[in-house]
Design a protein around this ligand. Structure first.
Ligand SMILES: C[S@@+](CC[C@H](N)C(=O)[O-])C[C@H]1O[C@@H](n2cnc3c(N)ncnc32)[C@H](O)[C@@H]1O
Length: 276
C-alpha cells in the first residue's frame, strides 16, 4: 500500500498528460459547466462583468465589419460566442466538452443565434474554411505543452486568411511567482468535484523549470484511482511574442488582458493580438 501510494504521488515528468479524461469526462464536465455558468466564479470562464467588457473591447478592436468570420477555439458553453454573434460576427465555436457544446447549441437555438458549434479536439482541427479572426480565451494556450502550443499556433495560422487576426491570453510570471507549492488531502462524501460517491483527493502543487506549474490530483475510491495533471506555462511578454513570431504571425498589440487593459509586467495575465 505504501509503495502503491508513493508511485501514485510521484511528480510526473514535464507535461505528462492525464490518462483520465478531464474536460470531456461525464461527471467532471457537469461540475465544469456549473463553474462556467457561475457569473461570479473564475474557475472555468471569467466573471460575467469581465466577459461583457472584454467582448465590447474585442468588437471595437477587431471590427466585425472588417473581420466578419470568427473561430472561437475552446469556446466552452458559448459565453463569448453568444456575445460575438450578437456583436455581428459569424461565429464558429470549437470545443471537446460534449456537455458544453450541447449546452451552447441549446442556448443559441433558444436565442435564435446562428452559431456553428463543433465538438472536436482543437489540436487536430482541420476545417475546410479560413476565418478573419480566431480567439482562444482564458489562458488555455498556457495549459498546453510546448509541442501542443506549436500545433495551436500553426493550426490557428492555417485557419486564418492573410491579414486575419488571432487573440489569445496567458498567465504571466506574476502568476508563477505567486504560485505556492504544497500538498494536501481531502475526503469527499458524495458531492465532490472529481467523481460521484466517496473518494479521497490527494493534491500536489509543484513548480517546474521553464515557468511551469502543475496542479496534480490523485483521486482514490474503493473501486479505482486516477491521476489528473493540470499544467500551466506562465509567460514573459518576450516568450509569448517569440512563440507567435515562430509561427509566422506579426504582433499587433500586447495588453494585460483580453479586455484591452494596458500591458504592465506585474499583471497576472498577458493578452496578445496577432496578425497573419
Ligand atoms: C478555460 S476554458 C475557457 C472557455 C471559454 N474560452 C471561456 O473563456 O469561457 C477552456 C475550454 O477549452 C476546452 N478545451 C480544452 N482542451 C481542448 C481541446 N484539446 N480541444 C477542444 N477544446 C478543448 C475545454 O473544454 C474548455 O471549454
Amino acid at each position: 500500500m505504501f509503495h502503491q501510494l508513493c508511485t501514485l504521488l510521484e511528480k510526473p515528468p514535464l507535461y505528462t498528460k492525464s490518462k483520465a479524461a478531464f474536460w470531456d469526462d461525464e461527471y467532471i464536465s457537469k461540475q465544469m459547466l456549473k463553474a462556467h455558468l457561475d457569473p461570479g466564479f473564475e474557475g472555468a470562464s471569467r466573471k460575467l462583468d469581465f466577459i461583457d467588457s472584454s467582448a465590447a473591447w474585442i468588437k471595437k478592436t477587431v471590427n466585425p465589419t472588417l473581420y466578419p468570420t470568427l473561430l472561437d477555439i475552446g469556446c466552452g458553453p458559448g459565453i463569448y460566442a453568444e456575445r460575438f454573434a450578437k456583436a455581428g460576427y459569424q461565429v464558429t465555436g470549437i470545443d471537446f466538452s460534449k456537455r458544453s457544446i450541447a449546452y451552447a447549441k441549446d442556448m443559441a437555438a433558444q436565442q435564435g443565434l446562428n452559431i456553428k458549434y463543433l465538438y472536436q479536439n482543437y489540436l487536430s482541427m482541420d476545417l475546410k474554411e479560413t476565418f478573419d479572426f480566431c480567439t482562444m480565451i482564458y489562458c488555455d494556450y498556457g495549459a498546453l505543452s510546448s509541442d501542443d502550443r506549436q500545433i495551436i499556433m500553426s493550426r490557428g495560422y492555417r485557419h486564418l486568411r492573410q491579414g486575419g487576426r488571432f487573440l489569445l491570453d496567458v498567465f504571466s510570471m506574476t502568476e508563477y511567482d505567486a504560485f505556492q507549492e504544497g500538498q494536501s488531502w481531502k475526503m469527499c462524501n458524495g458531492d465532490g468535484f472529481w467523481k460521484d460517491g466517496e473518494y479521497i483527493e490527494l493534491s500536489g502543487r509543484y513548480k517546474y523549470p521553464g515557468n511551469v506549474t502543475l496542479e496534480q490530483t490523485i483521486v482514490i475510491s474503493d473501486a479505482d484511482s486516477a491521476a489528473y495533471y493540470l499544467w500551466n506555462t506562465c509567460f514573459t511578454k518576450d516568450l509569448l511574442i517569440q512563440e507567435a513570431l515562430a509561427a509566422g504571425f506579426h504582433v499587433c498589440g500586447i495588453f494585460s488582458d483580453v479586455a484591452g487593459g494596458a500591458y504592465q509586467e506585474e499583471c497576472p495575465t498577458i493578452a496578445v493580438l496577432l496578425e497573419k
